[in-house]
Design a protein around this ligand. Structure first.
Ligand SMILES: O=P(O)(O)OC[C@H]1O[C@](O)(CO)[C@@H](O)[C@@H]1O
Length: 291
């Protein structure tokens, strides 16, 4: 079994642990009404997107997500939350240096520069990974953040357990291309699912806000391809996809992050089908450290 497959399987248990840790993390997280930026790179950026949308939807205040390289340093945020598994990503460290006493970091590896730079630290060393490709650190960090907003994550963890045994909705041997879509907070999950397939399996995927699918991506929708939706589906979207001949994948029964677990498994299955080892993704490193 690959490391990444083991790490995917460990998620239900780790989500329960993450939800339990949320109460003690409260002091390190913004108060309602504060203006917040959430930053990260790659997978961590997509978790930032999901949390930012959830916090704002929960009425806790304006919350923006940025890729680390695109953070507007002069904007007067009250609190800057960085998500970084490695604690070493250059763009994130640059932000933490400028954020000063406004910063919180959610980190996997605690013996790292990010921990020294942030005012507040939420450490999840038990979710850190051997894999280059991230799965459980990202979803555990998001689970903790969701729990901090008052969500009950018990069903999500149970759904993640189910997600480990569900049949894959697409055949890795025959599907030609997948477009992932989401709405609101699940837009970040769609981005992350697409990244997983690219990173683990060098497989062609894209991701868009679900309503934007009709504004261009629909042009490549055809037999042999698929559209995979997370969370709420806009009225008529399934029909608009199916009329093109593409397969529409959606599971309204399970929590959207548990549905991401299915996409993680699909990415590993794609890699295996292509004879690739998902533990050694092409050109990818655990973190990007620029000199
Ligand atoms: O969360 P970190 O450690 O800052 O690293 C982000 C990196 O992790 C990755 O998943 C690659 O390992 C990429 O998405 C990105 O380069």
């Amino acid at each position: 079994m690959t490391y990444v497959a083991e790490e995917i399987d460990s998620q239900p248990e780790l989500w329960r642990r993450a939800a339990a840790q949320a109460a003690e993390a409260t002091g390190a997280l913004p108060r309602p009404g504060e203006r917040v930026a959430v930053v990260g790179c790659g997978t961590s950026w997509f978790m930032a997107m999901a949390y930012a949308a959830l916090r704002e939807a929960a009425g806790q205040g304006e919350t923006d997500a940025f890729a680390g390289s695109e953070f507007p340093v002069d904007r007067p945020y009250d609190r800057i939350i960085a998500i970084t598994r490695s604690g070493t990503t250059t763009e994130v460290l640059d932000i933490l240096r400028k954020a000063g006493d406004r910063s919180t970091v959610l980190v996997g590896d605690v013996d790292t520069p990010a921990v020294g730079l942030a005012r507040d630290v939420i450490a999840l060393p038990w979710a850190d990974e051997r894999s280059v490709v991230q799965t459980r650190f990202a979803t555990s960090a998001l689970t903790l953040l969701r729990a901090s907003l008052g969500e009950d994550l018990a069903k999500a963890a149970d759904d993640a357990q189910r997600a480990l045994d569900l049949p894959l909705p697409l055949d890795p041997a025959t599907v030609e291309q997948v477009t992932f879509v989401g709405r609101g907070w699940t837009n970040g999950l769609a981005q992350e699912a697409a990244l997983k397939c690219r990173e683990a399996a060098t497989f062609w995927t894209e991701a868009y806000p679900a309503m934007d699918f009709r504004h261009g991506p629909i042009s490549i929708s055809t037999t042999g391809r698929a559209v995979w939706a997370f969370g709420e589906v806009p009225p008529g979207l399934r029909e608009d996809v199916e009329v093109t001949g593409a397969t529409f994948v959606h599971d309204p029964e399970i929590d959207p992050v548990a549905h991401l677990v299915v996409a993680q498994r699909f990415a590993v299955a794609l890699a295996e089908h292509k004879g690739l080892n998902p533990d050694t993704p092409r050109h990818l490193t655990r973190s990007v450290v620029l000199s």
